[in-house]
Ligand binder design. Structure first.
Ligand SMILES: Cc1cc2nc3c(=O)[nH]c(=O)nc-3n(C[C@H](O)[C@H](O)[C@H](O)COP(=O)(O)OP(=O)(O)OC[C@H]3O[C@@H](n4cnc5c(N)ncnc54)[C@H](O)[C@@H]3O)c2cc1C
Length: 389
């Protein structure tokens, strides 16, 4: 049986980044991926903030970037737009993940493609991992299997998380002003939002996330009509599920750590998870290295992983409170809010926020009772600083 220090389940951004970090630290590392090609099929809007890369000192080669963007434009139901300048990228996500994998491979991480992990059991102080193409041994397992949550199921570590569905079409030709557009239109995306994410060659991902799963496609088609995109070509449809109940209870146990979507690490604001996936992969690789150096992969040693991510990631309950407040407003109320806030939200000072608050008190005090303050926090929490994207 082939033996490794670390076995990683899944070659998304979490798994590929963790593999890179682990291999860089000299651990023998294997990644099992059920698909034939890393990064395919894409199931993501493909946005990543520049800050996320800077935090990890990750330089992106030109070919993984579809478009450099200036920030996010938030469009309210009456079509008033406000914007946040915050540089970032729209990726060619499959190429991005392939790039992360190649960084690990340069450090001798091994990729086993078309290897679906079907079970794991404790063996000789480590794990015997069963895949569709054979058995492997590893001292530590890292579950990076995304929303599938493979290890949580195999080991009954955590219950199934709540999920929301995201669906998008790649469409063209779509003009771009260099901003990602997010639409807060509850009528067409209840408890969610719609997006137009520009890519090169006049392509764009046009999609939505909502908790009203059965109506997802109908809403998207309606949005395309209402926004006047019905004549544009749909080049592909793609999407998937996003964990939506926050970090799982057990992100580590004896000999195992959970990272990325498998750990429930998505930002509830606009459902971004790539940044959190990579950062959690880095923490897990760091803790795995320490555990292997001590020859102690017990739960007690791996508990440091939880300390690291809790110290870095924003507190989920605060984000959820803010998101629920924002999504609780009707289309008409959101338009009222839009009329009170400045167009450029980039450098809102406490004084600027107080001015907005005063306008609301004078003109629409009922909005305060309905959660205007936490809803405004939601706009802050969508920023890269809070792992919003
Ligand atoms: C429609 C949509 C739009 C999104 N837009 C954005 C966005 O713009 N920006 C952003 O930051 N985030 C976005 N997200 C979220 C983002 O895609 C995820 O948070 C991110 O991909 C999580 O990375 P991960 O590595 O944890 O999981 P994944 O990317 O899901 O990777 C998991 C990998 O594990 C493999 N796998 C699963 N089970 C097994 C098994 N048993 N054996 C072997 N391999 C297995 C899968 O094939 C997959 O390759 C979006 C999600 C959706 C659905």
């Amino acid at each position: 049986m082939e033996q490794f220090d670390i076995a990683i389940i899944g070659a998304g951004p979490a798994g590929t980044y963790a593999a890179y970090e682990a291999a860089k630290k000299g651990l023998s590392t294997v990644v099992f991926e059920e698909h034939e090609k890393i990064g395919e099929p894409v199931h993501c809007g493909e946005c990543l903030s520049a800050l996320s890369c800077k935090r990890l000192e990750l330089e992106l080669p030109q070919e993984v970037i579809s478009m450099k963007v200036k920030g996010i434009r938030l469009i309210f139901p009456g079509k008033r737009g406000v914007f946040l300048e915050e540089p970032g990228y729209v990726l060619e996500k499959h190429k991005f993940e392939q790039h992360l994998a190649s960084l690990g491979q340069e450090k001798e991480a091994v990729y086993k493609l078309k290897h679906r992990v079907s079970g794991m059991k404790k063996d000789n102080g480590g794990w015997q991992i069963s895949t569709t193409q054979g058995e492997y041994f590893a001292k530590i397992a890292i579950d990076a299997s995304g929303v599938a949550g493979a290890a949580s199921k195999f080991l009954s570590l955590n219950p199934e998380p709540k999920k929301v569905i995201g669906l998008q079409f790649e469409m063209s030709p779509i003009e771009s002003d260099g901003f990602i557009k997010f639409f807060l239109w509850p009528k067409l995306a209840p408890h969610g939002y719609l997006w137009i994410i520009p890519k090169n060659n006049e392509r764009a991902n046009v999609g939505l996330v909502t908790n009203d799963a059965p109506s997802t496609r109908k809403y998207l088609e309606q949005f395309i009509d209402e926004y006047g995109l019905q004549e544009k070509k749909k080049t592909k449809a793609f999407g998937g599920f996003i964990p939506a109940s926050g970090p799982v209870k057990n992100t580590f146990s004896d000999g195992i750590m959970l990272i990325g979507d498998a750990a429930g690490f998505t930002s509830p604001m606009f459902e971004g998870g790539t940044s959190l996936a990579m950062a959690s992969g880095k923490f897990a690789a760091q803790v795995a290295t320490e555990a292997i150096a001590k020859a102690d992969t017990s739960k007690a040693v791996l508990s440091r992983y939880e300390l690291l991510w809790k110290a870095e990631f924003p507190v989920y309950s605060k984000l959820i409170e803010a998101k629920n407040a924002l999504y609780n407003f009707t289309d008409a109320e959101l338009d009222k809010i839009a009329s009170f806030i400045p167009q450029n939200l980039t450098n809102m000072t406490p004084f600027g926020k107080a001015k907005v608050g005063a306008k609301v008190i004078l003109n629409a005090p009922s909005l305060l009772l309905k959660g205007f303050v936490p809803a405004m926090n939601a706009l802050s929490y969508s920023r890269a600083e809070f792992y919003g994207w």
